[in-house]
Design a protein around this ligand. Structure first.
Ligand code: NAP
Length: 247
């Protein structure tokens, strides 16, 4: 990967960019001229296809494999970006997993793995990024939460807890760093057509959504793109629902 001089170009990191919502966000950011680091956990083939697609559309970026639940790996990756580019302007904490079951059947590992990825992953990736943003006096952080974290969802005590935690972290961090021109917001998607909802009764779910359909990854990406814009500079500590009207 040749080192690219990106002095006037915004540098973005999207975690979980190999598939689904993260892929759509990475494409949207690259499509608007940002240099995008595409993080993934294990799916190199899919991540590579996203990067190929971005480059063939005239955009630019690089792959960056690490496990967000692993603090050492995450901090090493952030240091690598800062070494290569000097800054991170945009961070989208999107990587996430679910492991649904009723609380009575839930084992400690089902709880821990979801919290480690969805919530501690935010801490692992964001801490050093914020340090860099503070020194540059600019930043946009967007955390991908969920309707499940706003209302609670039966069968998702672990997932709802992680996504509600992310909302609390978003609001607290926004207050800490607002004066330095850094905004921190969350988006809370409802049901979005990605691999994450494979196996769910989609037709039945659609009947419960006022819009009568599931959302598309590009519809989440559009909101993230706006939150990254200059015009969104006075929006911080907010949670934007993208859910077809369920909430
Ligand atoms: P998805 O299709 O399952 O994709 C998940 C992405 O996260 C993949 O790129 C995956 O990488 C990455 N990932 C998972 N664990 C990781 C880890 N430990 N370290 C680094 N990357 C990791 O999911 P999605 O539906 O696009 O969801 C994206 C985000 O939106 C998640 O936070 C999810 O909770 C949230 N969300 C989704 C929905 C929905 O209906 N789809 C609704 C509300 C919120 P690999 O490909 O390498 O495994």
């Amino acid at each position: 990967m040749p080192e690219i001089k990106t002095d006037n170009v915004q540098i973005a990191l999207v975690t979980g960019a190999s598939r689904g919502i993260g892929k759509a966000i990475a494409r949207a950011l690259a499509g608007t001229g940002r240099f995008v680091y595409l993080n993934f956990n294990s799916n190199l083939e899919k991540a590579d296809a996203v990067l190929e697609d971005i480059i063939s559309s005239g955009g630019n970026g690089a792959l960056l494999q690490f496990d967000v639940s692993n603090r050492e790996e995450s901090e090493k990756a952030i240091k690598k970006i800062i070494k290569e580019q000097g800054k991170i302007d945009i961070l989208v904490n999107n990587a996430g997993i679910r492991d649904d079951m009723l609380m009575v059947w839930m084992k400690k590992e089902n709880w821990q793995s979801v919290l480690d990825t969805n919530l501690t992953g935010f801490f692992n990736v964001t801490r050093l990024t914020v340090k860099n943003m503070l020194s540059k006096r600019f930043g946009r952080i967007i955390n991908i939460s969920s309707t499940s974290g706003q209302t609670g969802q039966a069968g998702q005590v672990n997932y709802s807890a992680s996504k509600a935690g992310l909302i609390g972290a978003t609001k607290a961090l926004a207050r800490e760093i607002a004066k330095r021109n850094i905004t921190v917001n969350a988006v809370a998607p409802g049901f979005i057509e990605t691999e994450m909802i494979d196996g769910l009764p989609v037709k039945e779910i659609a009947k419960t959504i006022p819009a009568g359909r599931l959302g598309k990854p590009s519809e989440v990406a559009a909101a993230v793109l706006f939150l990254c814009s200059k015009d969104a500079g006075y929006i911080t500590g907010q949670v934007i629902g993208i859910n077809g009207g369920v909430l």
